[in-house]
Structures are given as structure tokens and as C-alpha cells.
Ligand binder design. Structure first.
Ligand code: GDP
Ligand code: MN
Length: 381
């Protein structure tokens, strides 16, 4: 689960990390009022689940309350990476002497949470990794012991030569680790970790991603979910108990089971197509799930063909067929659909589909090739 910068900052603050104050505004008037109360120049920052807000025009310096109002007017409602900005954070502007990066990611290779720090902050860490990899230090953390004091010190001295700054940074690394573990994080990031002109460290940006599997035992963290900031399709899918991830291609995929969904996407790519999504309707089927899945997929204007790939085990293929019939009865599709199903109640499913003018295939390769061909207007495969 994503959380906003202001929420991540609240968490960091609770663990003692130096974070500037800030208040959230959903209207320009509110932004102006908050800026006036601070009585200083402020930064108005888009609260949206996307990085690179600065480059996209979602972070603006405002010298006066009127400027803050104008900045909020521009930022609230703007689109960043396909997401609408629902609110802004208004925070006193700091005078920056230098910017560093500090992050914790989960690394599958080492099966550990890994600290990544770099004195080259303020820009994407991917960019630093590509152009000056020697400026990144990685430190896998042993989950049995957590971040040990000497490790924190090494991180601090990699960031700063000045011993005071290095020690302050080491303390922040330990607090960051506590915040990460204590909140069930799968990612934590401070970029930039700034040195102010006064010589103090300050976390000017904060990002956290929470492991969904941690939410049940952390109701306080689960309550941070902001549905107004979520991708509408992903929100609809979560409400319908479907696992859905939007992708950039044009073949809409409806599959049961995560493994089969992955294999289906692989095969779409193998035959020269691009999947528009990952969608797992889950093991136990009911027609309602299929109706919801089709609604979500057809909302994406990029989708040029729909591919059903159903392996009937616990999932009954006749349930899926009934779902397809129900979903298309009220809202006929305006893109072609390829249905492949095999397994439990396959004969009944084929009968149901045929009665309603659909045809079904049983071979996965054939079905995927056909869907890719239809999506690309006959050009591929
Ligand atoms: P991101 O682009 O989404 O990562 O948003 P950030 O919060 O990191 O802001 C982008 C950039 O805006 C930072 O790298 C800073 O250079 C600048 N910035 C953010 N907060 C402040 C601030 O308080 N004062 C100043 N002068 N610049 C800031
Ligand atoms: Mn940032």
C-alpha cells in the first residue's frame, strides 16, 4: 500500500527523524491560510502516489501566502503520471546547502532489506545508479539484529565527511530502520535528505510503501489508505476482490490464478503483443467476479482485444461463461474477445457460450496468438 509524503513524514517524525512541519490542504484557500500561519516562505507539494513530482511541476516554492494559493490552484487536480492530485502539503521552505539520498528497499537477491545511501541526492536513485554507481553504498541488514550501530556509522560517513553530520546521519539511519520495521514497510526513502545552510540535517521528502500483508495487524497504518488518490481501476479491482495491476499494452487479460496470469502475459509477449494488465480473478469463481473484471478492463481505452484464459479446477468454467454472458448482455463489448477455457464443466461452459454467440478455444497458444493478432489489427503473429 502506498501512503502520502505527509503520512510518511508523520511516521518518521514519531521515530525522531528531523522533518519540517507541514499541513495538508485540499483547496487553494486552505493553502493560503496555512502559509499565512507559518509566516515564512513555503513549499507547496502535490500529494500523489508518484515520484518525480518536482519535474512534473508538482512542487512549487511560494514566497507569500498569495503565491501559495496560486501554487495550490495549479497543483490540486493536476495529473501526474496518470493520477489526479487530490491535495497538497504546505511546508515551510528550507534553505538547502546539499542533498543526499537514503533508502531502504527489499532485495530479493540477498533476501534482505538493504540500505542504499548516496551523497548525490535530489535526483532519482536509478539515475545515480546508472551514471555514477560508485556514489551509492548498499548495506544489507541482517533481520535478526537490525541495523547495528557500527553499520549506521558507516552509512553516515559514506554520506558526509564532517563528523557531526555523519553522526547525525547515522542516528537518522537507525531511526529510519525502526520506522521501516515498526510500520511494516517494504520501502522507505528520504530524498532529499538535506543539509540546511544552518548545518542541520532535514528530511525534506519522505516516501514509504507498506507491505499489504502487514495491514491486518496494523489497523493504524491501514487507516492511512487514501482511496481518492488511488488509480480508479485498481481501486475498483480491490473492492471487487480481484488482483489487478494496470500495464501499458493493449491485450486485456482475464485469468484465474496468479501463476497462469504470469504465464499468459509471458505468452502474449512471446507472440509479439503487450498485455494491458495483470488480472487474477482468483481460485473460486463466481459470475459476479467476471462481470467486475470485464468492467474494469473495458474502461481502459488502450485495450484493443480481450483474452480470457481460464483453467477450471476449483474455478468452474461454466461460472465464468455465465459471467461473460451476464457482463456482455447489458454492455456489449466494442473490442473483440478471445475465450480459452479448459477443465471443470468445460462442456457446459462451451454450450452456454455458443448459445449466446461466443466461441471458445481450448489451446492456450492458439488463443493468445489470436488475441495478439486482433489487438494489433492483424499485423503481429
Ligand atoms: P519529488 O520530486 O517527488 O521527489 O519531490 P521532492 O519533495 O523531493 O521535491 C523535489 C525538489 O524540490 C527537492 O529535491 C528540492 O530540491 C526541492 N525542495 C523540496 N522541498 C524544499 C524546500 O523546503 N526548500 C527548497 N529550497 N527546496 C525544496
Ligand atoms: Mn524526492
Amino acid at each position: 500500500m502506498n501512503i502520502h509524503e505527509y503520512q510518511a513524514k508523520d511516521i518518521f517524525r514519531r521515530y525522531g527523524i528531523p522533518v519540517p512541519p507541514g499541513d495538508v490542504a485540499t483547496t487553494p484557500d486552505e493553502a493560503e491560510r496555512i502559509a499565512r500561519a507559518y509566516g515564512t516562505g513555503v513549499v507547496v507539494k502535490a500529494q500523489v502516489y508518484a515520484g518525480g513530482r518536482g519535474k512534473a511541476g508538482g512542487v512549487k516554492l511560494a514566497r507569500t501566502p498569495a503565491d501559495a494559493r496560486a501554487a495550490a490552484l495549479q497543483i490540486i487536480g493536476m495529473q501526474i503520471k496518470g493520477l489526479t492530485v487530490p491535495k497538497v502539503l504546505v511546508t515551510p521552505a528550507a534553505d538547502i546547502a546539499s542533498e543526499a539520498y537514503a533508502g531502504i528497499i527489499v532485495d530479493r537477491g540477498s533476501k534482505r532489506a538493504v540500505f542504499m545511501v548516496s551523497p548525490a541526492g535530489g535526483i532519482d536513485i536509478e539515475e545515480v545508479a546508472a551514471t555514477m554507481p560508485e556514489k551509492i553504498m548498499r548495506l544489507p541488514v541482517d533481520p535478526r539484529y537490525g541495523l547495528l550501530p557500527f553499520e549506521a556509522t558507516r552509512l553516515g560517513f559514506f554520506l558526509y565527511k564532517n563528523p557531526k553530520l555523519a553522526r547525525d546521519a547515522a542516528k537518522i539511519m537507525r531511526q529510519m530502520w525502526q520506522a521501516f520495521v515498526g510500520s511494516g514497510g517494504s520501502l522507505a526513502e528520504i530524498n532529499p535528505l538535506a543539509v540546511t545552510t544552518g548545518g542541520d540535517l532535514l528530511a525534506l521528502d519522505a516516501k514509504m510503501v507498506i507491505d499489504d500483508n502487514e495491514l491486518d495487524r496494523r489497523p493504524d497504518i491501514a487507516a492511512l489508505r487514501d482511496e481518492t488518490a488511488e488509480n480508479p481501476s485498481e481501486l475498483a479491482a480491490r473492492r471487487a476482490n480481484l488482483t489487478f495491476i494496470k500495464l501499458d499494452g493493449n491485450v486485456g487479460c482475464v485469468v484465474n490464478g496468479a501463476g497462469l496470469a504470469m504465464a499468459t502475459m509471458d505468452l502474449v509477449k512471446y507472440y509479439g503483443g503487450e498485455p494491458a494488465n495483470f488480472l487474477d480473478i482468483g481460485g473460486s469463481s463466481n459470475p459476479e467476479k467476471v462481470v467486475n473484471a470485464l468492467k474494469i478492463i473495458t474502461r481502459d481505452p488502450n485495450v484493443k482485444a480481450i483474452l480470457f484464459n481460464i483453467f477450471g479446477g476449483i474455478t468452474r468454467t461454466d461460472d465464468v461463461a455465465n459471467g461473460i454472458v451476464a457482463a456482455t448482455r447489458d454492455a456489449p463489448l466494442d473490442v473483440p474477445m478471445v475465450i480459452r477455457l479448459t477443465g471443470t464443466n468445460e462442456e457446459i461452459a462451451v454450450q452456454i457460450l455458443q448459445q449466446h454467440g461466443f466461441s471458445a478455444m481450448t489451446d492456450m497458444d492458439d488463443a493468445v496468438q489470436k488475441a495478439v493478432r486482433l489487438a494489433t489489427g492483424g499485423k503481429a503473429a
